[in-house]
Structures are given as structure tokens and as C-alpha cells.
Write a protein that binds this ligand. Structure first.
Ligand code: WTA
Length: 651
């Protein structure tokens, strides 16, 4: 769908004034306008300076950037270890007693780790992995709830040069198996379960199911979190307590090449098969730590809370690697924001004197719906900066956040980026940028972004089109795992030689970037990317389903809700029970996050004469919009029937 066809989003984003940086904030801000000048003059030199100042290299790099479009190498010749940069060097410099993480379990239990504590745990876990035969380059899959063992396991992998692939705990056994198999992981680290809204998420059960189809997995380490009984397979499964706790508290870091693969993270694209996004070590560390320092204005005494799940890229970059590299004290909360009540987060902010909060618009809209009485019950005076990520933020939610959480004193940074980019790319710099609610404002220093029309020409101020990235940057993806052709095809062919983000954007007359959401067949549900085709394949995988088409429908809380049209096989009758069963089926195949909110049985799908499903039309029907020209339809009658049915559809 083209951007021009989405006027409703543009209208929604109508400007609501602007906010100058508070003078007191500006006076102490890490970022200065000179950063833009420096980076504009020579972006490679800018990144090279930051890389030298911010990272400890075992061997210095000799070349900042090797760019053979579309393949980048950063800090070539450099050798380093990211866990050393996140832990050892801080301990060596006297920060061993500084808190790295305050962890809060959903039931109310807490744990605190200093940088020294974390280093010991990471070393033990790394030694355990070595004992199990994991060596440099071997992949380790991690399927854990938001417990301290999650970052510990990631850092332990990084310590020995074993790339990790973290699979979000909300994904199903099938989704887990698919990722493990693509990564060919040797070891899986999971838990007996995790807590979510007082319930136990049965991770080990899903892991067991997945491991029936994952021939590469030799060993499974199981963390005891909930303590309920789970089956353990002799010769394969080991309790974390048994294998990690008894290990030596020291493990020398393995120095790796700057371009050594740090991790794989799977994300949805326009096909049913998730893409294994490859991130490497040196550039990723530089890109994430630099952006964290300037965008979140990190000071030594800050308490930084990125409230994402570590299973997504936001957690990888801004809960684990960047904050630890910058020696920042962080918060990790295991559970749901409404457990036991809707002020759980505000209680945490008050208890731990959180200074910076980074979350998604979906969460803000959910809090907004519950009313300002919940945050008002707590002292949120410690907060000094707020951030958002994951989806476009509507000005109403921005203003609510600014007023009710930030007490009108905290700058709000709306940060645009992707799993692929690894680091924030479009964002205000607090203390410098005048913000406009709903706009992510400008590219970070050194980053090149542009908005192109469908012919590839840059749109001028006031124009709308497609967001592209025009320069390499250190944390960028290095490719799609084992599939360089798909990498090229997915990102570099829509506009030849320029990275296409898949997002629509508008430039206002002041040159501000306004993100308008995805323009491909990827939905953004509560800040999570889910492809329409993944959900469609999950539906047709059910024996009753002949065909399906899935579209995103605008939703006031989660941004986009999944709307599925289902055509049954001959002889199968639509029923409420079947609708429930189909939703559950999608949850089983992909995970609960992909469960369609709306499911409609349709007699047929509108198709063009060449047989292409008319998705735009289906979106219009889902949104209840007036229908455009349907003369190209093979069977125009279908549309009328679907539309009439859609009027009766139940959530
Ligand atoms: C969307 C999350 C508008 C966008 C870090 C992007 C945003 C996709 C913003 C990536 C923002 C992310 N404003 N849209 N500030 N941030 N997006 O890979 O569509 O889970 O392409 O990475 O989220 O989602 P992903």
C-alpha cells in the first residue's frame, strides 16, 4: 500500500505544537550541537573517534569502514570482547560495587547484582557452556523469561565467542523449533517456567516439544524459576543449579574479531519464514553505546529502565549491551504492568528512583486507558527523561506521557529503529532538539535517512513517501543468516543500492521525520512485528481452512490488531467454536501475540483477474472504509458479501 493511500495516519499525526528542551536539562546534556557538525563533516571519523573513546580494544582497528554495498565491515582489524567491555573493565576501574541490575520478579521477589556479581555469574555460565562443548562460533538458543539468567546467559555466550539467539518467551514450541533449526543451535537454555499475570508460562513444556524436532540440540540447561515439576530428559537436560553453580568464578574472555557474529535475532518479514538478522561485535557495541549515551543522556548516577522484553531487539541493545557497556544501573521487571494492579510500574519508579524510562506507545496507551489516578498515587519525581520505541506514537499518548509521567519537566525522545538497525537511528537529542509530539524528529549524528517517492526521488519538505537509509552505520545488520541473496532482495532492491526500511514517512516543512508505519505486509501489533503471511500460513495449516488473508486493522491501544479473513474447506461450517479454535491454532503455531483479534469467515476473497488477493480492499473493509474502485475484481459480488458479513463480525 502506498503512503498516499493512508491519509488517516497523516491526519492523526497533525501537529500539536512543539517543546523546547528545558534550559536546566540543556545546560548539563551529554549531547551538543557540535556532534551534528562533526558527523556531517566526516561520518566515518565521527564513529572512529567514538569507537576509540568508548570501547576497550584488545587490538585496535586499522580501518573504520569497509563498504562493499550492501555488505559492511566496521572497525576492521580490531579485536575485542563485548562481555569484557560490559563487565570486567568496570570492575577493574573500581566500579565493582556499583549496581548493574535491580531485578524485580512479578510475585514480588527481588535480586540485585553489582557489576562484580554479574561478572562472576557470567564467568560461571561461560565455564558451564564450555564444559558442555560449546566453542567459539557455536550457536546457543536462549528461551527464558525476564529473569537475571537471561542477560547472564547472553553475556556468557559473548564471553566465549558463541553467538546467541534469544527467542521471546511468548513464542510457541513450533516457532522456537524453527529458529533453533535455522540457527543450528547446539545448546538450549530455558527455564521450568516464568510468571505472567500470576500464571506460569510453561517454557520447559514448549522447549521439550520443540526439541523433538531439533536434531542439533545436544544439551538443554534449565533454570529453576517457578519450582514446579517439569520432566527432565536424562543425558540431555541439566539444571542450571547443577551445572553452572559449581563452576569456577573466573573465565578469561575470548578476544574476537570486530566482525565476529555476536547474535542472531529472528524477525518477521514479508514471507512466512522469519529472517535471522545477523549482528556482529565491534560496530554493534559502538552503535548501541554511543546512542545510549547521547539519546538517554546517561550520567553515572542514573537508574535506567528500558521496559521492553529482552527477547526483542530493544532489550538486547538497551537492557543488556549498551547500558552495561556504559556502566549504567538498570531495572529488569519480570512481569505484566497490571500485576497486581495498574500502578506496578509507578511503584517500581518510586521504589528504585528510576530516572529514565523507555517504553512502547502501546504500553502508554494502555496506562492512559486506566486513567491518571494510577501514576498520581506515586512519587515520580526521580524521572528526568522519557523515551518511546516500537511504533508511531500518536500525539495524544505523547502528551499524556509527558504530563502524567514526566510531570511536564522531562524531555520525551521518540526513537525510530529496527531489529535490523540494531541501534536507534532517528531520534531527538535531549537538550538540543525541539520536539514535536508524534515526530521522531531527525537522524542521529552520522546517520543518513531520506524519504523517497515511488520513483526513488527524494520528496521535499512537506512530502510523503518511503523511508530509506543512505549510509552505513556501525550497528547495521550484516545480513540474513545463511542467505545473502534474501538480504539483498529484501532490503536493497526496492530502491537500487539504498536500504529500504519498509516504513512510510513524511517530512514536514521544518524537515522533521514523521513515521507512518509499515508499507509492506508486516503488521505492528503492540510494537511487535508480525507478518500477515505468517498468520495466514498458520491458519491454512488448520484442517478446516482452505484459504485466508490477514490484514492489520487500526486499534486504539495496540496500534494494529490482526484481522483474519478465513475461507473454509467445502463441508466445514462457520461457528463461534471454530473461530476460537482457529485463534488458538495460530497461538499454537506462532505464539499468543499472533492470535487474530478479529476473525471473519468469508465465502471467497476479492482477487484481481490475475488471481492476486486485493489486500488494500480487505484493509478498507476491515477499517469500515468506503470502498474504492472494484472494477478489476474477478467477482465483485464477493466484496459486498464480505462487507455485509464484516458488519456482523464479533470480536
Ligand atoms: C516501527 C523495534 C514509528 C517501524 C526497535 C519499524 C517505529 C519497526 C518506531 C521495527 C518509532 C519502531 N516510530 N515506528 N519510534 N520505532 N517503529 O524490528 O515500523 O521490532 O520498521 O524493532 O517498528 O520493529 P522492530
Amino acid at each position: 500500500m502506498s503512503v498516499e493511500q493512508r491519509p488517516e495516519i497523516v491526519t492523526l499525526m497533525a501537529e500539536r505544537g512543539s517543546f523546547d528542551p528545558p534550559a536546566a536539562f540543556a545546560a548539563r546534556a551529554n549531547a551538543t550541537p557540535a556532534l551534528y557538525d562533526e558527523a556531517n563533516a566526516d561520518f566515518e571519523a565521527f564513529w572512529a573517534r567514538e569507537a576509540r573513546e568508548r570501547v576497550d580494544w584488545e587490538t585496535p582497528f586499522h580501518t573504520t569502514l569497509k563498504w562493499e554495498l550492501p555488505f559492511a565491515e566496521w572497525f576492521v582489524g580490531g579485536r575485542l570482547n563485548i562481555s569484557y567491555n560490559c563487565l570486567d573493565r568496570h570492575v577493574e576501574r573500581g566500579l565493582g560495587d556499583k549496581v548493574a541490575y535491580h531485578w524485580i520478579g512479578e510475585p514480588g521477589d527481588t535480586r540485585t547484582f553489582t557489576f562484580r556479581d554479574l561478572l562472576v555469574e557470567v564467568a560461571r555460565c561461560a565455564n558451564a557452556l564450555k564444559e558442555l562443548g560449546v566453542g567459539q562460533g557455536d550457536r546457543v538458543a536462549i528461551y527464558l523469561p525476564m529473569i537475571p539468567e537471561l542477560p547472564i546467559a547472553m553475556l556468557a555466550c559473548a564471553r566465549i565467542g558463541a553467538p546467541h539467539t534469544v527467542v521471546f518467551g511468548g513464542f510457541s514450541a513450533e516457532a522456537l523449533a524453527g529458529r533453533i533449526n535455522d540457527a543450528e543451535a547446539k545448546v538450549l537454555i530455558t527455564a521450568d517456567g516464568g510468571y505472567r499475570r500470576g500464571n506460569i508460562v510453561p517454557l520447559k513444556q514448549s522447549a521439550d516439544q520443540a526439541m523433538q524436532e531439533t536434531p542439533t540440540v545436544e544439551r538443554c540447561i534449565v533454570v529453576r524459576r517457578t519450582g514446579h515439576e517439569v520432566p527432565m530428559t536424562a543425558g540431555r537436560d541439566l539444571w542450571w543449579d547443577d551445572v553452572v553453580e559449581r563452576q569456577a568464578a573466573e573465565c578469561p574472555p575470548v578476544w574476537v574479531d570486530s566482525e565476529h557474529m555476536l547474535y542472531l535475532l529472528y524477525t518477521s518479514g514479508t514471507t512466512a519464514r522469519p529472517k535471522g538478522i545477523v549482528h556482529t561485535t565491534g560496530g554493534y557495541l559502538v552503535g548501541t553505546s554511543v546512542t545510549h549515551h547521547y539519546i538517554f543522556d546517561i550520567k553515572p548516577d542514573d537508574v535506567f529502565w528500558c521496559a521492553a522484553d529482552i527477547g526483542w531487539v530493544t532489550g538486547h541493545s538497551y537492557i543488556v549491551y549498551a547500558p552495561l557497556a556504559n556502566a549504567t544501573t538498570g531495572i529488569i521487571y519480570e512481569g505484566a504492568p497490571d500485576t497486581p494492579a495498574w500502578d506496578r510500574w509507578w511503584q517500581i519508579v518510586e521504589d528504585y528512583k528510576v530516572t529514565i524510562l523507555y517504553t512502547a506507545p502501546t504500553a502508554i496507551r494502555a496506562f492512559m486507558k486506566q486513567g491518571e489516578a494510577w501514576p498520581a498515587k506515586h512519587d515520580l519525581g526521580s524521572l528526568r527523561l522519557l523515551g518511546t520505541v516500537g511504533e508511531p506514537i500518536n500525539p495524544e499518548a505523547w502528551l499524556w506521557y509527558h504530563l502524567n509521567i514526566g510531570g511536564e519537566r522531562c524531555p520525551v525522545v521518540d526513537t525510530w529503529w529496527q531489529t535490523e538497525t540494531g541501534m536507534i537511528l532517528i531520534t531527538p537529542l535531549p537538550g538540543i532538539t525541539r520536539t514535536k509530539p508524534g515526530s521522531a524528529t531527525f537522524p542521529f549524528p552520522g546517520v543518513g535517512a531520506a524519504v523517497l517517492d515511488s520513483t526513488g526521488q527524494p520528496v521535499g519538505p512537506g512530502g510523503g513517501g518511503y523511508l530509506v537509509l543512505t549510509r552505513p552505520y556501525p550497528a547495521m545488520l550484516r545480513g540474513i543468516y545463511k542467505d545473502p541473496e534474501r538480504y539483498r532482495q529484501t532490503y536493497w532492491t526496492r530502491f537500487d543500492g539504498t536500504y529500504f526500511t519498509g516504513d512510510g514517512a513524511r517530512l514536514d516543512t521544518d524537515g522533521y521525520f514523521w513515521l507512518l508505519g509499515r508499507v509492506d505486509d508486516v503488521m505492528n501489533v503492540a510494537g511487535h512485528r508480525i507478518s500477515t503471511i505468517e498468520v495466514e500460513s498458520a491458519l491454512v495449516d488448520h484442517p478446516a481452512v482452505a484459504e485466508s488473508a490477514v490484514v492489520g486493522k487500526t486499534d486504539p491501544v495496540v496500534g494494529q490488531a490482526i484481522f483474519a479473513y478465513v475461507i473454509l474447506k467445502a463441508g466445514r461450517q462457520p461457528s463461534d467454536e471454530l473461530a476460537v479454535e482457529l485463534r488458538e491454532h495460530v497461538a499454537k503455531v506462532i505464539g499468543p501475540i499472533a492470535k487474530p483479534k478479529h476473525l471473519m469467515f468469508a465465502p471467497d476473497l476479492p482477487k484481481t483477474r490475475s488471481g492476486k488477493i486485493m489486500r488494500r480492499l480487505l484493509r478498507d473493509i476491515a477499517e469500515g472504509r468506503a470502498l474504492g474502485d472494484t472494477t478489476t475484481l474477478a467477482d465483485a459480488g464477493v466484496v459486498e458479501t464480505i462487507r455485509t458479513e464484516s458488519g456482523r463480525e464479533e470480536d
